[in-house]
Structure formats: C-alpha cells, structure tokens
Design a binder for this molecule. Sequence first.
Ligand code: FES
Length: 187
Amino acid sequence: MSDPSNPSGEPKVVVTRNGCYLVSGGIPLTRQTIGTDSAGESEKWSEGETFPTKESYALCRCGRSSTKPFCDPHGKVWNQVTGTQDPQVRANFIRQVGNCPSGRLVAWERASGAAIEPDLQKSIGVIEDPAERVSGPLWLRGGIPVIAADGFAYEVRNRVTLCRCGASANKPFCDGSHVKVGFRDWE
Ligand code: FES
C-alpha cells in the first residue's frame, strides 16, 4: 500500500540534524553478520533477523537508543521531524509520532575502466561483527539516496555504510570507530 505522504514511494534516507536516520520508501531491513573462517578471517555475510518491512521508520545513529537499531520511540522524535527540510519526510513522521516504531572496496574492470558492482536490491543491513565483539554500521545497498538535514544530497552509491554508534569523525558515514569505542547493539 502506498504511503500518502510519500506518493512516489521513492526510497531514501534522510540524516536529521542531531537526530535519527529517517528511512522511507519501504526499504527492507535485516541483520547482516560478518562470518569468519577457522583462521578468524572475514569470510562471508550471513543474513539474520528480518525486521518487519515498514513504509518508513527511524534508525538510531547515536548509539544510545534503548531500542536499537531503531531510534528510541520516547526520544526526540519532534526535534528530528523539525530537523529535516524534506516535506514528505516531515509529513510522514509527523503522522507517525503517535506510533513511532522506533564500499569502500570497489573492483574495476581492466579493459573498460568501469567499476564492477554487485547487483544489489535496495535494502538496509544492520551489521553485527561477533568476531570483534562489536556491532557495525548500517549498510545501505542498491543506491539508496542519502539526504542531509539541510537538503544536501550525497552522491548515490551502490554500497554505503552509515554510522550508528555516534563516534565516527566522518558522519554520517562510518569510519570504523565503532570498533574503537566497543559499540554493541546487544548490550
Ligand atoms: S558505526 Fe559508528 S563509526 Fe562505524
């Protein structure tokens, strides 16, 4: 069913000022755990819990929500709503206040010089890294637009990781600081 406040259904993530990530457009959300081989080397992704797909939802980006990976439903929803310039997202989240649920590595083709990117469906992974005993960033896949609170549109990329621990020096993007600060989703 289409969302009346986002009639185009365009998937996007808005980075609110001092607030959460506002996700709209019905983007699927799952946990993605980094699996390791017997030598402890990163080997493959394993898909875990699938969260119910909602048309829109708010994801924590400070690491302090009690309902991670979602933004705390009792937190600063109103500030987040007023922190974005996107009218559709504003309208949507105003409507939802009452029931808020709360790549860096690229392969290049030698001949053409074109990047070889995996064919990814638009989806968001909540990364867990049990080998490091930490939780990782949000993994936006399939070219989901990321919009800053002031309306600035970041370059659309097939793979992007957004900080959800609050410690990155390169916000909204993850810079690996979650390992240093020992950010954990499960504690
Ligand atoms: S999740 Fe915050 S730096 Fe990676």
